[in-house]
Design a protein around this ligand. Structure first.
Ligand SMILES: NC(=O)c1ccc[n+]([C@@H]2O[C@H](COP(=O)([O-])OP(=O)(O)OC[C@H]3O[C@@H](n4cnc5c(N)ncnc54)[C@H](OP(=O)(O)O)[C@@H]3O)[C@@H](O)[C@H]2O)c1
Length: 320
Protein backbone atom coordinates (compact mmCIF):
# COMPACT_ATOMS: atom_id res chain seq x y z
CA UNK A 1 0.00 0.00 0.00
CA UNK A 2 1.02 3.61 -0.49
CA UNK A 3 0.30 5.35 2.81
CA UNK A 4 0.37 9.09 3.46
CA UNK A 5 1.35 9.75 7.09
CA UNK A 6 0.32 13.29 7.98
CA UNK A 7 2.50 14.65 10.80
CA UNK A 8 4.85 11.79 9.89
CA UNK A 9 7.88 13.55 11.36
CA UNK A 10 6.13 14.12 14.71
CA UNK A 11 6.35 11.96 17.82
CA UNK A 12 3.47 9.64 16.88
CA UNK A 13 3.68 9.91 13.10
CA UNK A 14 7.37 8.96 12.83
CA UNK A 15 6.66 5.66 14.62
CA UNK A 16 3.64 4.96 12.42
CA UNK A 17 5.76 5.70 9.32
CA UNK A 18 8.61 3.44 10.49
CA UNK A 19 6.19 0.61 11.38
CA UNK A 20 4.46 0.88 7.99
CA UNK A 21 7.80 0.74 6.19
CA UNK A 22 8.91 -2.24 8.24
CA UNK A 23 5.71 -4.00 7.10
CA UNK A 24 6.60 -3.41 3.44
CA UNK A 25 4.41 -0.40 2.61
CA UNK A 26 5.47 2.70 0.67
CA UNK A 27 5.31 5.73 2.94
CA UNK A 28 4.80 9.38 2.02
CA UNK A 29 5.28 11.82 4.89
CA UNK A 30 3.12 14.95 5.04
CA UNK A 31 4.94 17.85 6.69
CA UNK A 32 5.02 21.66 6.71
CA UNK A 33 8.80 21.61 6.22
CA UNK A 34 9.98 18.87 3.85
CA UNK A 35 13.57 20.13 4.02
CA UNK A 36 13.78 19.82 7.80
CA UNK A 37 11.37 16.99 8.55
CA UNK A 38 13.88 14.13 8.69
CA UNK A 39 16.68 16.12 10.35
CA UNK A 40 14.70 16.31 13.61
CA UNK A 41 14.30 12.53 13.89
CA UNK A 42 16.45 10.43 16.22
CA UNK A 43 19.19 8.55 14.29
CA UNK A 44 17.48 5.11 14.27
CA UNK A 45 14.24 6.48 12.81
CA UNK A 46 16.09 8.77 10.40
CA UNK A 47 17.89 5.69 9.08
CA UNK A 48 14.69 3.69 8.63
CA UNK A 49 12.93 6.61 6.87
CA UNK A 50 15.97 8.00 5.00
CA UNK A 51 14.68 8.06 1.39
CA UNK A 52 10.98 8.45 2.11
CA UNK A 53 8.93 10.82 -0.07
CA UNK A 54 8.09 14.10 1.68
CA UNK A 55 5.00 16.10 0.70
CA UNK A 56 4.43 19.69 1.82
CA UNK A 57 1.11 19.99 3.67
CA UNK A 58 -0.34 22.86 5.70
CA UNK A 59 -3.51 21.91 7.56
CA UNK A 60 -4.59 25.48 8.18
CA UNK A 61 -5.26 25.92 4.45
CA UNK A 62 -6.73 22.43 3.82
CA UNK A 63 -10.22 23.01 5.12
CA UNK A 64 -12.30 21.66 2.21
CA UNK A 65 -12.25 18.27 0.53
CA UNK A 66 -11.58 19.90 -2.85
CA UNK A 67 -8.18 21.13 -1.66
CA UNK A 68 -7.31 17.74 -0.17
CA UNK A 69 -8.25 15.62 -3.17
CA UNK A 70 -5.24 16.34 -5.50
CA UNK A 71 -2.87 15.61 -2.59
CA UNK A 72 -4.40 12.15 -2.20
CA UNK A 73 -4.66 11.07 -5.84
CA UNK A 74 -1.77 8.51 -5.64
CA UNK A 75 -2.51 7.30 -2.09
CA UNK A 76 -4.26 4.13 -0.78
CA UNK A 77 -4.54 4.95 2.92
CA UNK A 78 -3.97 7.94 5.20
CA UNK A 79 -2.77 8.11 8.81
CA UNK A 80 -3.50 11.49 10.35
CA UNK A 81 -1.04 12.06 13.19
CA UNK A 82 -0.87 15.84 12.70
CA UNK A 83 -2.14 18.12 15.43
CA UNK A 84 -1.22 21.13 17.54
CA UNK A 85 -1.06 21.56 21.30
CA UNK A 86 -0.61 25.34 20.97
CA UNK A 87 -2.14 27.80 18.49
CA UNK A 88 0.18 29.97 16.39
CA UNK A 89 -1.04 32.61 13.90
CA UNK A 90 -3.37 30.96 11.36
CA UNK A 91 -2.70 27.53 12.90
CA UNK A 92 -5.71 27.53 15.17
CA UNK A 93 -7.30 24.57 16.98
CA UNK A 94 -10.35 24.97 14.83
CA UNK A 95 -8.48 24.82 11.52
CA UNK A 96 -5.72 22.30 12.33
CA UNK A 97 -7.41 19.97 14.83
CA UNK A 98 -10.97 20.18 13.49
CA UNK A 99 -11.66 21.64 10.02
CA UNK A 100 -8.72 20.06 8.15
CA UNK A 101 -9.24 16.51 9.54
CA UNK A 102 -12.99 16.80 8.88
CA UNK A 103 -12.35 17.85 5.25
CA UNK A 104 -9.77 15.04 4.98
CA UNK A 105 -12.49 12.57 6.06
CA UNK A 106 -14.77 13.86 3.29
CA UNK A 107 -11.97 13.61 0.69
CA UNK A 108 -11.15 10.03 1.80
CA UNK A 109 -14.84 9.13 1.50
CA UNK A 110 -15.01 10.57 -2.01
CA UNK A 111 -11.79 8.78 -3.13
CA UNK A 112 -12.52 5.49 -1.30
CA UNK A 113 -9.41 5.74 0.91
CA UNK A 114 -8.87 4.17 4.32
CA UNK A 115 -8.39 6.83 7.05
CA UNK A 116 -6.76 6.19 10.43
CA UNK A 117 -7.16 9.33 12.50
CA UNK A 118 -5.22 9.84 15.75
CA UNK A 119 -7.34 11.52 18.39
CA UNK A 120 -7.05 11.24 22.18
CA UNK A 121 -8.77 9.74 25.22
CA UNK A 122 -10.78 11.96 27.53
CA UNK A 123 -12.58 14.28 25.04
CA UNK A 124 -15.94 15.53 26.34
CA UNK A 125 -18.38 18.08 24.91
CA UNK A 126 -18.45 19.89 28.28
CA UNK A 127 -14.64 20.37 28.21
CA UNK A 128 -13.64 23.97 28.83
CA UNK A 129 -10.47 23.69 26.75
CA UNK A 130 -10.94 24.68 23.09
CA UNK A 131 -8.15 22.24 22.21
CA UNK A 132 -10.16 19.30 23.56
CA UNK A 133 -13.45 20.48 22.04
CA UNK A 134 -11.92 20.94 18.57
CA UNK A 135 -10.60 17.37 18.63
CA UNK A 136 -14.00 16.02 19.62
CA UNK A 137 -15.80 17.92 16.84
CA UNK A 138 -13.28 16.52 14.33
CA UNK A 139 -14.03 12.98 15.53
CA UNK A 140 -17.76 13.51 15.01
CA UNK A 141 -17.31 14.99 11.56
CA UNK A 142 -15.05 12.13 10.45
CA UNK A 143 -17.66 9.64 11.72
CA UNK A 144 -20.26 11.40 9.58
CA UNK A 145 -18.00 11.66 6.50
CA UNK A 146 -18.76 8.25 5.01
CA UNK A 147 -15.04 7.33 4.90
CA UNK A 148 -13.69 3.92 5.89
CA UNK A 149 -12.27 5.40 9.09
CA UNK A 150 -10.80 4.28 12.40
CA UNK A 151 -10.57 6.88 15.12
CA UNK A 152 -7.71 5.96 17.43
CA UNK A 153 -7.70 7.32 20.98
CA UNK A 154 -4.38 6.70 22.69
CA UNK A 155 -3.66 7.57 26.31
CA UNK A 156 -0.63 9.59 27.41
CA UNK A 157 2.50 8.53 25.51
CA UNK A 158 6.03 7.80 26.64
CA UNK A 159 9.09 7.34 24.43
CA UNK A 160 12.20 9.22 23.34
CA UNK A 161 11.69 12.56 21.63
CA UNK A 162 8.08 13.50 22.49
CA UNK A 163 7.64 17.06 23.77
CA UNK A 164 5.31 16.17 26.66
CA UNK A 165 7.07 12.83 27.31
CA UNK A 166 10.40 14.63 27.61
CA UNK A 167 8.95 17.17 30.03
CA UNK A 168 7.42 14.51 32.23
CA UNK A 169 10.71 12.59 32.32
CA UNK A 170 12.49 15.81 33.36
CA UNK A 171 9.99 16.54 36.14
CA UNK A 172 10.24 12.89 37.28
CA UNK A 173 13.99 13.37 37.76
CA UNK A 174 13.42 16.24 40.25
CA UNK A 175 13.63 15.31 43.96
CA UNK A 176 10.27 17.06 44.52
CA UNK A 177 7.24 16.36 42.30
CA UNK A 178 4.73 19.21 42.15
CA UNK A 179 1.36 17.90 41.03
CA UNK A 180 -2.11 19.51 40.99
CA UNK A 181 -3.95 18.42 44.15
CA UNK A 182 -7.05 17.56 42.10
CA UNK A 183 -5.17 15.44 39.50
CA UNK A 184 -6.88 12.29 40.77
CA UNK A 185 -7.75 10.77 37.39
CA UNK A 186 -6.00 7.56 36.44
CA UNK A 187 -4.44 6.99 33.04
CA UNK A 188 -2.81 4.08 31.25
CA UNK A 189 0.30 5.52 29.54
CA UNK A 190 1.61 3.55 26.58
CA UNK A 191 4.82 3.45 24.60
CA UNK A 192 4.76 5.44 21.35
CA UNK A 193 6.38 2.55 19.45
CA UNK A 194 3.43 0.31 20.33
CA UNK A 195 1.07 3.02 19.07
CA UNK A 196 3.01 3.26 15.79
CA UNK A 197 2.68 -0.49 15.28
CA UNK A 198 -1.04 -0.42 16.08
CA UNK A 199 -1.60 2.41 13.57
CA UNK A 200 0.22 0.42 10.86
CA UNK A 201 -1.90 -2.66 11.54
CA UNK A 202 -5.08 -0.55 11.46
CA UNK A 203 -4.11 0.80 8.04
CA UNK A 204 -4.03 -2.73 6.67
CA UNK A 205 -7.36 -3.78 8.16
CA UNK A 206 -10.67 -2.24 7.22
CA UNK A 207 -12.45 -0.02 9.73
CA UNK A 208 -15.47 -2.35 10.05
CA UNK A 209 -15.66 -3.35 13.72
CA UNK A 210 -12.72 -1.01 14.45
CA UNK A 211 -14.30 2.44 14.16
CA UNK A 212 -13.35 3.70 17.65
CA UNK A 213 -10.13 2.19 18.91
CA UNK A 214 -8.98 3.07 22.42
CA UNK A 215 -5.42 2.23 23.40
CA UNK A 216 -3.47 2.22 26.64
CA UNK A 217 -0.62 0.51 28.46
CA UNK A 218 -1.03 -2.16 31.15
CA UNK A 219 -0.59 -0.04 34.32
CA UNK A 220 -3.20 2.45 35.60
CA UNK A 221 -1.74 5.39 37.45
CA UNK A 222 -2.57 8.92 38.58
CA UNK A 223 -0.17 11.63 37.41
CA UNK A 224 1.68 11.55 40.77
CA UNK A 225 2.04 7.76 40.53
CA UNK A 226 3.15 8.05 36.92
CA UNK A 227 5.91 10.54 37.82
CA UNK A 228 7.06 8.06 40.48
CA UNK A 229 7.08 5.26 37.90
CA UNK A 230 9.11 7.35 35.44
CA UNK A 231 11.52 8.10 38.27
CA UNK A 232 11.67 4.38 39.05
CA UNK A 233 12.62 3.72 35.41
CA UNK A 234 15.43 6.27 35.78
CA UNK A 235 16.74 4.29 38.78
CA UNK A 236 15.75 7.01 41.26
CA UNK A 237 14.21 6.70 44.72
CA UNK A 238 10.82 8.14 45.60
CA UNK A 239 10.58 11.93 45.32
CA UNK A 240 8.65 14.15 47.72
CA UNK A 241 5.12 14.84 46.48
CA UNK A 242 4.12 18.49 46.52
CA UNK A 243 0.36 18.84 45.95
CA UNK A 244 -0.29 22.20 44.24
CA UNK A 245 -3.68 23.74 45.16
CA UNK A 246 -6.10 23.40 42.23
CA UNK A 247 -6.56 27.17 41.84
CA UNK A 248 -2.83 27.80 41.73
CA UNK A 249 -2.38 24.99 39.16
CA UNK A 250 -5.15 26.55 37.06
CA UNK A 251 -3.46 29.94 37.19
CA UNK A 252 -0.15 28.33 36.13
CA UNK A 253 -1.98 26.55 33.28
CA UNK A 254 -3.55 29.83 32.13
CA UNK A 255 -0.18 31.64 32.20
CA UNK A 256 1.53 28.80 30.30
CA UNK A 257 -1.28 28.90 27.71
CA UNK A 258 -0.91 32.67 27.25
CA UNK A 259 2.88 32.59 26.99
CA UNK A 260 3.04 29.25 25.09
CA UNK A 261 5.31 27.95 27.84
CA UNK A 262 5.82 24.21 28.46
CA UNK A 263 3.20 21.59 27.64
CA UNK A 264 1.26 22.51 30.80
CA UNK A 265 -2.11 23.87 29.73
CA UNK A 266 -5.67 24.20 30.99
CA UNK A 267 -6.54 21.28 28.68
CA UNK A 268 -3.91 19.01 30.29
CA UNK A 269 -5.07 19.96 33.78
CA UNK A 270 -8.65 19.23 32.79
CA UNK A 271 -7.65 15.78 31.51
CA UNK A 272 -5.80 14.93 34.74
CA UNK A 273 -8.90 15.46 36.90
CA UNK A 274 -10.81 12.43 35.55
CA UNK A 275 -9.98 8.88 34.65
CA UNK A 276 -8.60 8.64 31.11
CA UNK A 277 -8.69 4.92 30.57
CA UNK A 278 -9.63 2.98 27.44
CA UNK A 279 -13.16 1.55 27.70
CA UNK A 280 -11.79 -1.53 25.95
CA UNK A 281 -8.04 -1.63 25.42
CA UNK A 282 -7.35 -2.88 21.87
CA UNK A 283 -3.56 -2.55 22.01
CA UNK A 284 -2.50 -6.15 22.74
CA UNK A 285 -4.92 -7.53 20.14
CA UNK A 286 -3.60 -5.17 17.46
CA UNK A 287 0.12 -5.62 18.05
CA UNK A 288 -0.15 -9.32 18.98
CA UNK A 289 1.74 -9.06 22.27
CA UNK A 290 1.57 -7.41 25.68
CA UNK A 291 2.16 -3.62 25.66
CA UNK A 292 5.71 -2.42 26.37
CA UNK A 293 5.93 -1.58 30.10
CA UNK A 294 6.13 2.16 30.79
CA UNK A 295 7.84 3.20 34.02
CA UNK A 296 8.75 1.06 37.03
CA UNK A 297 6.65 1.06 40.20
CA UNK A 298 8.45 2.21 43.36
CA UNK A 299 7.66 0.66 46.77
CA UNK A 300 4.28 1.96 47.97
CA UNK A 301 3.80 3.95 51.18
CA UNK A 302 2.37 1.79 53.95
CA UNK A 303 -1.37 2.53 54.19
CA UNK A 304 -2.37 4.99 56.87
CA UNK A 305 0.95 6.84 56.74
CA UNK A 306 0.39 10.57 57.34
CA UNK A 307 2.22 13.56 55.92
CA UNK A 308 5.08 13.35 58.44
CA UNK A 309 5.42 9.63 57.77
CA UNK A 310 5.57 10.27 54.03
CA UNK A 311 8.28 12.90 54.47
CA UNK A 312 10.26 10.45 56.63
CA UNK A 313 9.73 7.70 54.06
CA UNK A 314 10.86 9.95 51.22
CA UNK A 315 13.86 11.23 53.20
CA UNK A 316 14.90 7.64 53.94
CA UNK A 317 14.56 6.76 50.25
CA UNK A 318 16.53 9.84 49.18
CA UNK A 319 19.35 8.98 51.61
CA UNK A 320 19.66 5.38 50.45
N1 LIG B 1 1.89 12.94 22.70
C1 LIG B 1 0.92 12.39 23.42
O1 LIG B 1 1.10 12.01 24.61
C2 LIG B 1 -0.42 12.15 22.78
C3 LIG B 1 -1.39 11.42 23.50
C4 LIG B 1 -2.64 11.21 22.93
C5 LIG B 1 -2.93 11.72 21.67
N2 LIG B 1 -1.98 12.42 20.99
C6 LIG B 1 -2.36 12.95 19.68
O2 LIG B 1 -1.47 12.46 18.69
C7 LIG B 1 -1.36 13.41 17.62
C8 LIG B 1 0.12 13.66 17.34
O3 LIG B 1 0.73 14.15 18.52
P1 LIG B 1 2.31 14.16 18.69
O4 LIG B 1 2.59 13.97 20.13
O5 LIG B 1 2.96 13.29 17.69
O6 LIG B 1 2.61 15.69 18.33
P2 LIG B 1 3.90 16.31 17.59
O7 LIG B 1 5.14 15.56 17.93
O8 LIG B 1 3.84 17.76 17.88
O9 LIG B 1 3.61 16.06 16.07
C9 LIG B 1 2.55 16.71 15.43
C10 LIG B 1 2.83 16.79 13.95
O10 LIG B 1 1.76 17.56 13.38
C11 LIG B 1 2.28 18.25 12.28
N3 LIG B 1 1.61 19.56 12.17
C12 LIG B 1 1.42 20.48 13.14
N4 LIG B 1 0.77 21.56 12.65
C13 LIG B 1 0.57 21.30 11.34
C14 LIG B 1 -0.01 22.04 10.29
N5 LIG B 1 -0.51 23.27 10.47
N6 LIG B 1 -0.05 21.49 9.05
C15 LIG B 1 0.48 20.26 8.82
N7 LIG B 1 1.05 19.51 9.78
C16 LIG B 1 1.10 20.03 11.03
C17 LIG B 1 3.75 18.50 12.55
O11 LIG B 1 4.44 18.22 11.35
P3 LIG B 1 5.68 19.14 10.81
O12 LIG B 1 6.29 19.82 11.99
O13 LIG B 1 6.59 18.16 10.15
O14 LIG B 1 5.06 20.08 9.87
C18 LIG B 1 4.13 17.49 13.62
O15 LIG B 1 5.06 16.57 13.13
C19 LIG B 1 -2.11 14.66 18.09
O16 LIG B 1 -3.39 14.67 17.51
C20 LIG B 1 -2.22 14.47 19.60
O17 LIG B 1 -3.34 15.13 20.16
C21 LIG B 1 -0.75 12.65 21.51
Amino acid sequence: MRVLVLGGSGFVGRHAAAALRARGHTVVIGTRQPRRALAKLPPDLRASLHNVELREIHFESLTTRYIWQPLLSDIDAVVNAAGILRERGGETYDRVNNMAPAALGEACARLGLRLVHVSALGLRPEARSRFLRAKLVAERRIMASGADYSIVRPGLLDGDGGYLALWLRKVAAWPVHPCPADARGRMAPLHVRDLGEALAVLCERGGEGRREVELGGSARRTMAEYLDALRGAQGGHRALHLPVPALLAKLAGRICDLLHLSPISLGCLELMRRDNLPKVNHLAALIGRAPTPVGVDLPAYASGVGVVGRIRFAARELLQ
